[in-house]
Ligand binder design. Structure first.
Ligand code: ADP
Ligand code: MG
Length: 420
C-alpha cells in the first residue's frame, strides 16, 4: 500500500501465535496449553441505533487479541491468575476467589477480571471452580480507535476461562457469553456500551456481516460477497481520538429517549417504547411540535434503521440488480450525512476523510463508523484502486489537517475461537 498511510505490516496469525507461544515459554518456563483468539470489529452501517432497540450490521475483522493460557504454577495460591499484556509489559496478579478492581496502573486487567466476575454473576461459569491461570496476551487491534479492542479482549478472556474449565468451545451459548461480557464492561469496568461489540466478536462469520436486532437479540450472518466483486473493506483512522466519556454519548441517548417518550404519548404507545417502534411518517407527523433537537436525533435513528435493513436486502440478493452497488454506496453516504447533520456526532476531520474517499475513483461508499467525535471511517473500495486510495487520501488529509491517517484493510473473519 501507499507510503505513510499504511498501518504496520500485518504478520499472519500463525506467525503471531508462534511468537506468543515462544514469549510465554520464556516468561513462565513452560508452553501454554492453548491460545484463545477474538476479533475486533467495524460497523458497516447502523450507528447509534443499538440503544434505541434498532439494528446494527458489524463485521468481525482480521485484527485480533491472542491470549496464550496455561493453568497455575505448581504450588501457586488457589485461584491465582498471573497475567501480562505485551502492550503493558507488567505482570498483574489477582485471585478468582476474590475479584476486585485493579489498581490504576493495571486498569486494563479490569476487562479480564470483569469477565470472570460477570460469568459468575450470570451463572455461566463459577470462577471459584478454576484453579487459576497464567496468561500472556498480544493484540493487533488498535486501542481506542473505535475498532473495539476492549470487546476482543473480553471475548478472548471468556473463551479462555471456559477452555480452562474443560467446556468445549463448540458447546457454548455465545450470545449469553456476549451478554456477560457486556455486563463486565458496564458493571465492572464502568463503560456504558451497547451489545454490538461483544456480539460480533463472539458470533462473527467469515466473509459476512452480522445483522443484529438489538432488541430481540436475533441475529443472522449475511454474506458480503466482496471477494467476488473485487471489493475490500478499509478502515481509516482519523487520528482524532474518540472521546468516550464526554457528555456527547449520554446526551444523545437522553435526546433519543425524549423523542421516543413524546412519540409514545402522541401515538398512544406504551411508555417504554423506543425509536425503533416508530415510522418516519409518524415522526414527520410531529414536526414543529417536538423540539428541533430531539426531532433531528430521532430522524437519524429511524432513517438509519431503514438504511441498515435496505443494505441487508441488497447484500442478501447478491447485488442482483444493476443499481445495487451504487445504492449500497448511496446508503453509506446518507448514513454519514445523517450523522453529520441530524445526529451531529462527526468532527471536521472525519467529514474530510469521507469526502476525500467519495471523490476518489474506485470507492463504492464511505462513512464514519463507531460512536463518533473522532475515530474511524469505513470504506468499501475496489481492490485495484486501493493503492491510489491510500496514497491520495493519506496525502490530502495530511495537507489539510497535519494529521497522519492510518489505513487498515480488513477481511471479515469468524468470531472468537480456541487454537489448540
Ligand atoms: P476500543 O474498544 O474502541 O478500542 P476502549 O476504550 O473501549 O476502546 O478499550 C480500550 C481499552 O481496552 C484499553 O485502554 C485497555 O484498557 C484495554 N485493552 C485493549 N487492548 C488491550 C491489550 N492488548 N492489552 C491490554 N489492554 C488492552
Ligand atoms: Mg471498546
Amino acid at each position: 500500500m501507499g507510503q505513510g498511510g499504511e498501518a504496520p505490516a500485518q504478520t499472519t496469525q500463525e506467525t503471531r501465535v508462534a511468537a506468543l507461544r515462544q514469549a510465554f515459554q520464556e516468561r513462565f518456563g513452560e508452553a501454554p496449553r492453548f491460545v484463545s483468539r477474538a476479533p475486533g470489529r467495524v460497523n458497516l452501517i447502523g450507528e447509534h441505533t443499538d440503544y434505541n432497540g434498532g439494528f446494527v450490521f458489524p463485521v468481525a475483522i482480521n485484527r485480533t487479541v491472542l491470549m496464550a493460557v496455561a493453568g497455575p504454577e505448581a504450588g501457586a495460591t488457589p485461584g491465582e491468575v498471573r497475567i501480562i499484556s505485551k502492550e503493558y509489559d507488567r505482570e498483574s496478579v489477582f485471585n478468582l476467589n476474590n475479584l476486585e478492581k485493579a489498581p490504576e496502573a493495571e486498569r486494563w486487567t479490569n476487562y479480564v477480571r470483569g469477565v470472570a466476575w460477570a460469568l459468575g454473576q450470570r451463572g455461566l461459569l463459577d470462577p471459584a471452580t478454576l484453579s487459576g491461570a497464567r496468561i500472556m496476551l498480544e493484540s493487533d487491534v488498535p486501542q481506542g480507535a473505535g475498532l473495539s479492542s476492549s470487546a476482543a479482549l473480553e471475548i478472548a478472556t471468556a473463551l479462555a476461562l471456559f477452555q480452562l474449565a474443560g467446556t468445549p468451545a463448540a458447546s457454548l451459548n455465545r450470545a449469553k457469553i456476549a451478554l456477560a461480557c457486556q455486563l463486565a464492561e458496564n458493571g465492572f469496568v464502568g463503560a456504558n456500551t451497547g451489545i454490538m461489540d461483544q456480539f460480533i466478536s463472539a458470533l462473527g462469520q467469515p466473509d459476512s456481516a452480522l445483522l443484529i436486532d438489538t432488541r430481540s437479540l436475533e441475529y443472522r450472518a449475511v454474506p458480503l460477497g466482496f471477494a467476488d466483486r473485487g471489493l475490500k473493506l478499509v478502515a481509516v483512522n482519523s487520528a482524532v481520538p474518540h472521546r468516550h466519556d464526554t457528555g456527547g454519548y449520554n446526551q444523545r441517548r437522553a435526546e433519543c429517549e425524549e423523542a421516543a417518550r413524546y412519540l409514545a404519548q402522541v401515538y398512544g404507545k406504551p411508555e417504554n417504547s423506543q425509536l425503533r417502534d416508530f415510522t418516519l411518517e409518524q415522526l414527520l407527523g410531529v414536526q414543529g411540535k417536538l423540539a428541533p433537537t430531539p426531532f433531528k436525533r430521532a430522524r437519524h435513528v429511524i432513517t438509519e434503521d431503514a438504511r441498515t435493513l435496505k443494505t441487508v436486502e441488497i447484500l442478501e440478493r447478491g447485488f442482483a440488480h444493476e443499481s445495487d452497488l451504487s445504492t449500497f454506496g448511496r446508503l453509506l453516504r446518507e448514513s454519514h450525512e445523517s450523522m453529520r447533520l441530524d445526529f451531529e456526532i462527526t468532527v471536521p476531520e472525519v467529514d474530510l476523510l469521507v469526502e476525500l474517499a467519495w471523490n476518489q475513483p474506485g470507492v463504492v461508499g464511505a462513512r464514519m463508523t463507531g460512536g463518533g467525535f473522532g475515530g474511524c471511517t469505513v470504506n468499501v473500495v475496489e481492490e485495484k484502486a486501493l493503492d491510489a486510495f491510500s496514497e491520495q487520501v493519506w496525502q490530502k488529509y495530511r495537507q489539510e489537517t497535519g494529521l497522519d491517517a492510518r489505513m487498515y484493510i480488513f477481511d471479515a473473519v469468524e468470531g472468537g475461537s480456541i487454537l489448540e
